[in-house]
Design a binder for this molecule. Structure first.
Ligand code: PLP
Length: 283
């Protein structure tokens, strides 16, 4: 395996950044995760747009031209011979003597791009069975629309989920509404057949898979409702599922230990999973 680190491909075992990198010391950076399918990037354009937006919000410049980033992404996939997998991109504010304020002008942001394989069949088996989620109080900051590498609440939530035998944790805001998962967007299908997810805003990440599913819903003539839903409503839902580049559309069959839709994946989630890549852009 090789990893792109600040202009060079390095062997994975010694692909390193400096101890005074602001990502390491202050979580001062952003990231993206893009699916690779049949050796091609899934929705690269939208992932790049979101990366640029996250960077702009934090006033971190992209340390290379966009065309060069495009080459690096594809080259990382190619050199690692990834057919099915994920590409990870991280940009931090760079290496500088530790100080909370921005580093001196001219400090070069650090860029790391890595790729790894995933097991498509294993993911399909997981989707065929569905996953469990647990709910817990929203503890993140007020700008989770920025895809920041500062992920402590997500780390703790994911671990809490694991310790309860679940794959994902859904954060719940002060009013009882689900915001999103620790690393995914949250969806339900109501008894009336409407597919519901929370509107975008500062309190959720605008998932690229979420956008793809919106397009798929429109194409398939399914009713889409962009509104917050409560845990109580989710527990009564006909189906639930989550979306993320690493999961595509993943059926949720248990919430806080209670079965959803009879504890089996539902037809809407299954159909959206099947048609997903027809609505994504491969490059
Ligand atoms: N919400 C959070 C907090 C995430 O970390 C992610 C990323 O995996 C998502 C939602 C889904 O975003 P995407 O579909 O772009 O992967």
């Amino acid at each position: 395996r090789v990893v792109y680190v600040n202009g060079r491909f390095r062997p994975h075992r010694n692909a390193m950044v400096h101890v005074e990198d602001r990502g390491y010391q202050l979580a001062d950076g952003v990231y993206e995760v893009c699916e690779v399918r049949d050796g091609r990037l899934v929705d690269q354009r939208r992932h790049t747009e979101r990366l640029l937006r996250s960077l702009a919000e934090l006033r971190i410049p992209l340390p290379l031209p966009l065309a060069a980033l495009d080459v690096v992404l594809h080259e990382t996939v190619r050199r690692n011979r990834v057919t099915d997998g994920l590409v990870y991109v991280q940009v931090t504010r760079g290496v500088a003597r530790r100080d909370h304020g921005f580093p001196p002008a001219g400090t070069r942001p650090s860029l790391v791009v890595s790729a790894r394989r995933t097991d498509r069949e294993q993911n399909e088996r997981l989707a065929a069975a569905g996953v469990a989620v647990v709910t817990l109080a929203e503890t993140r900051w007020a700008r989770v629309d920025i895809k920041s590498i500062s992920l402590l609440p997500n780390v703790l939530a994911k671990q809490a989920a694991r310790e309860q035998g679940a794959r994902e944790a859904w954060f719940v805001d002060r009013n009882g509404y689900v915001t999103e998962g620790a690393s995914s967007n949250a969806w339900i299908v109501t008894g009336a057949g409407a597919v519901v997810t929370r509107p975008v805003g500062p309190d959720i990440l605008r998932g690229i898979s979420r956008e793809v599913v919106k397009d798929a819903l429109a194409a398939e003539g399914l009713t889409f409702e962009e509104r917050p839903f409560t845990v109580a409503e989710a527990l009564q839902a006909r189906e639930a599922f989550l979306t993320a580049a690493s999961q595509i559309v993943m059926p949720v069959v248990r919430i806080d230990g209670r079965p959803i839709g009879g504890g089996r994946p539902g037809p809407v989630a299954a159909a959206l999973r099947r048609s997903f890549h027809a609505h994504a852009e491969l490059s």
